[in-house]
Design a protein around this ligand. Structure first.
Ligand SMILES: C[S@@+](CC[C@H](N)C(=O)[O-])C[C@H]1O[C@@H](n2cnc3c(N)ncnc32)[C@H](O)[C@@H]1O
Length: 285
């Protein structure tokens, strides 16, 4: 959640959030992430159907920043006619994938009615991506504008390409595991790579930027003298870019790029060779 929110604030530095409604918020993890990122946050409502989750969240929240400690923990059974509290930002975090399709749509609509800006996040699996994509399409059809991670509002080029049937848009963050974490999960590694798919959309015209940079879609591949980036572009295309040392500025920028970074196309000069990724190439990797 923190990484998705940080991606968003990087892309939309003008975004201010004074209130949040965390839908299917459970113990309020997303509310904590929002409180960290937005110092102006004063009001938070966590709406969830589970009294146990809400009670646990309320107990943990006592140790949180002021907006979290003062949050309202509201028992809410999400149904097709649910009306949610109004807020500057609505978050639907790791929920949609648990709901049947008609309820996914109803919750997306209820969230969009409750707030002008909506962040939806799901596990970075094909199923999670499908839920995010369905909500994204629903919102853009209703005239909403995508703020992150996509650089454009048109159809997702990954979903649209036949040779990408085994691909889906997601990002990853490496999380340290404490000893307790390892024990609870039965894992031995000291970290885990959490994959997530997300979308942030708005109906607030003031948040629409004039142009949006591309987005690096997976770990950059660094070889001697070159960096290979997979980039989703503002023109609705997606493809591989190879940046060599012959373009020193672009090369330095590419070496600093990471999965999820923005990629300023204008930084590339003539030595950057955009190519298209084929599934055959992907298999060789
Ligand atoms: C996987 S948890 C995610 C919790 C939290 N959003 C997070 O990211 O940590 C899914 C949450 O959705 C809630 N939930 C699922 N279906 C619901 C429904 N129909 N009405 C209300 N809450 C629901 C569950 O109680 C649970 O807390």
């Amino acid at each position: 959640m923190t990484r998705a929110v940080r991606h968003t604030t990087d892309l939309v530095p003008g975004l201010r959030v004074g209130s949040v409604v965390d839908i299917g918020g459970g113990t309020g993890a997303a509310t904590w992430a929002v409180a960290q990122a937005f110092p102006d946050l004063t009001t938070a409502t966590v709406a969830d159907g589970s009294t146990d989750a809400l009670a646990t969240g309320r107990r943990i929240a006592r140790h949180g920043p002021p907006a979290v400690a003062a949050a309202t923990w509201q028992r809410t059974h999400l149904r097709s006619d649910t009306v949610l509290p109004q807020a500057g930002l609505a978050i639907v975090s790791y929920l949609l994938g648990e709901l049947a399709d008609p309820l996914q749509e109803a919750v997306t609509d209820a969230a969009a009615t409750a707030s002008p800006t909506l962040l939806i996040i799901e596990p970075g699996t094909p199923r999670g991506y499908a839920a995010v994509l369905a909500a994204r399409s629903r919102l853009t059809r209703a005239g909403w504008h995508v703020l992150a991670p996509c650089p454009q509002d048109g159809p997702c080029p990954i979903a649209d390409r036949a040779d990408r049937a085994d691909d889906w848009c997601h990002f990853a963050v490496r999380l340290d595991r404490s000893a307790l974490h390892r024990r609870l999960k039965g894992g031995r590694l000291g970290h885990e790579d959490e994959k997530f798919s997300y979308v942030v959309a708005t109906r607030d015209p003031a948040l629409r930027g004039t142009s949006s940079p591309g987005r690096v879609l997976r770990h950059p591949v660094t070889r001697k003298g070159l960096v290979q980036l997979e980039v989703c572009h503002a023109d609705g295309s997606v493809g591989r870019e190879i940046i060599t040392k012959r373009s020193p500025m672009a090369y330095r920028a590419a070496r600093d790029a990471a999965w999820g970074s923005t990629w300023p196309d204008q930084a590339l000069d003539s030595a950057a060779v955009p190519t298209t990724v084929s599934s055959e190439d992907r298999n060789k990797e």
